[in-house]
Ligand binder design. Sequence first.
Ligand code: ADP
Length: 388
Amino acid sequence: MAIFRAILGCPVYASAVTNSIVATRDSTRKGPRARQGKSATSTEGNAAARVAELEEELRAAQKTISALIEKAERNSGVGDAMDPENTARLEHLIAARTRELEEKTEALEAANKELRTLTQNLDQMVRQRTRALAESEAQHRRKNLELDRLNRMKGEFIAIAAHELRTPMTSIVGYLDLIVAGHMGDLPAELRRPISSIRRNAHRLKRLVDDMFDASRLESGRIALKRMSCSLGVVVIAVEEELRPLAAEKSQRIECRISDIPPIDADPDKIHQVVLNLVANSIKYTPPGGAIRVTVDLEEPASSDGRAQARLRVWDNGAGIPQSLRARIFEPFSDVNEAKHHTSAGPDSAGLGLFIARGIVELHGGSIVVDSEEGAYSEFTVRLPLVG
Ligand code: ADP
């Protein structure tokens, strides 16, 4: 039986083969390849499965041979009484099994080699892809830097252009106001209409230039607030008086509901600008005869460690704002109603009003949100900190 023991002990069956296969198979499951997609690992997976199958077969064959040897040893234990025919059959069987085992071992080694090659290929692919990824990341970073630079240039250009246009625009608008009011003598009848139209458009242009100026100063953080203790209600009343004629032109009524609340800690001119923009928008986007309501009240804190805030709500039953566009309206140059209101009449602008309003409110440490239902209503809510 020594011959069979020798077969079992020979390198063919040595666990080193199995161990090396297991090690290679395991190494394919770890490392950078784990990050690759399914397609990249499927070939390798097939090879690994084949290796596992062969290992299983090898183990089964080893078991069979051990059983046969044991049986042969048991037989030899009962002396030479064993049937020579049986012994020959047993030896034949063992020889056949041994051949089978050798073939399987060879197949296993071939599969193992294939697996190693695949693993190497895969490693190379991973390295290549990682390099490509790093290059594209660097490219992205470069592009972002370039975009930042262009954005800064755009901001500077708008700031300079708006600044340079403001002085001549103020003068043009001032003279046109005087001419139309008749302070510079009577206008010939045929000039009255064109001069009125020029004046209206000059006012539009001035508003646009002012908005561009404010937006660029907000973006570059160059707006300084002159904070003081002031009344939100007083600001609202002033805005209502200012815009009442405009609302009356469209047969709209501005209803004000003002509660007696503590003063806010704010720059009154800037808050005036915010309220004016919100109410002017309500007039603009509400059809003739529509309703506009401005409410000022106190919002109690939601929790015991929170603080009460002043709340301003501007509501109208106008066009409303579709859900999909609500977030966009606070972005600069957002004109979700496209150009339909850009006529020479009305206080239109370039879609900067809400961007500026949000910037000013946030500069105060407050917030602005919108709620709306298309074709039914819009309501803008501004929250501002109180004094103290
Ligand atoms: P502008 O009014 O000059 O276009 P704004 O920034 O003030 O710019 O408003 C952005 C957009 O938000 C408007 O174009 C309009 O589509 C929408 N919007 C603002 N207020 C209202 C409102 N009260 N009702 C309906 N839509 C509104």
